[in-house]
Ligand binder design. Structure first.
Ligand SMILES: [Zn+2]
Length: 288
């Protein structure tokens, strides 16, 4: 039987609760539409995964998650403000440990104003899904939005390119490096371990402490996005790798990502950094 993370003693002899930085909650109608999309357009079997926010959170807590970050996304103009209101309210409903990322759409009249309103309402950063939203993070119109995120010590979680449906990222690492240069205090998390550009992101992360990669769906062996990753590469980037899962929009059990990380037989301090401690450095909201 494999040990669960919280059964693994830390260096101080204590248990280490986890932080999951990449999960999804959506309002019921949007969630139903997303599930329909996956049922009709993908081979992913999601129908048994929960959608109710409390049920989604319960599964994570049962697996030792102390804090989690959740997001949705505005795929068209005219919906971001209402969606952000729902996200912030859902974080309050779920209570301590649940943190929302806001969404903006660049065809709305005032995306930076929408961002500032969401931050004031308790959102701790921004999620951008380049493929679903058809909005690259280096679109100059994101500039004032990202300034607002940085001013609030928030972070951006970005799904770069169109994985898993295509490996085309339009030179994602170069574009992300440009955004980091233009926003000198902004922290950026690249989702899905930066696949297919992981090596280039790890090189960039070695020079840029504000760049993070999350593990989401890339480590889990059951995942359709699983990639064989070099253990040395993981150790090299260990200080900037964050545990994330895409729960509950995954066609496998919640703990598949964690089991795969444990199976890598990493140094316990490295595993603890990835599953908990690195996220505390990502955002003051997650630090305490
Ligand atoms: Zn996701």
């Amino acid at each position: 039987m494999r040990l669960r993370l919280w059964d693994i003693p830390t260096g101080a002899g204590k248990h280490a609760p986890m932080i999951d930085v990449h999960t999804h909650l959506h309002p019921p109608r949007l969630f139903a539409a997303i599930r329909r999309w996956f049922a009709e357009r993908s081979p992913w079997a999601l129908e048994h995964q929960p959608t109710d926010p409390h049920e989604v959170a319960r599964v994570m807590r049962e697996h030792g998650v102390e804090k989690f970050v959740f997001c949705s996304y505005a795929h068209k103009a005219g919906m971001a403000r209402e969606l952000n209101g729902w996200l912030a309210q859902t974080a309050r409903d779920l209570g301590p440990g649940a943190f929302a990322l806001a969404t903006v759409h660049l065809d709305d009249p005032d995306p930076a104003g929408d961002m500032r309103a969401a931050l004031a309402d308790g959102c701790i950063g921004l999620k951008v899904h380049e493929n679903v939203q058809k909005l690259p993070l280096d679109d100059p119109r994101f500039g004032p939005v990202l300034d607002a995120v940085a001013a609030a010590e928030g972070f951006v979680l970005v799904h770069v390119g169109a994985i898993p449906w295509s490996d085309e990222t339009n030179d994602g690492p170069r574009r992300i490096a440009g955004v980091l240069t233009r926003h000198p205090t902004l922290r950026i998390v690249v989702a899905h371990f930066g696949v297919p550009d992981s090596e280039r992101y790890l090189d960039l992360a070695a020079r840029e402490p504000r760049l993070f990669l999350d593990t989401t769906m890339v480590f889990a062996r059951e995942s359709p996005m699983h990639r064989a990753l070099d253990r040395e590469a993981i150790a090299r980037g260990a200080g900037q790798i964050l545990y994330g899962t895409d729960w509950p929009n995954v066609p496998h059990a919640y703990d598949a990502e964690l089991r795969a990380l444990q199976a890598l037989d990493l140094d316990p301090a490295v595993l603890r950094a990835i599953t908990s401690e690195n996220a505390r450095g990502l955002s003051p909201a997650l630090a305490s």
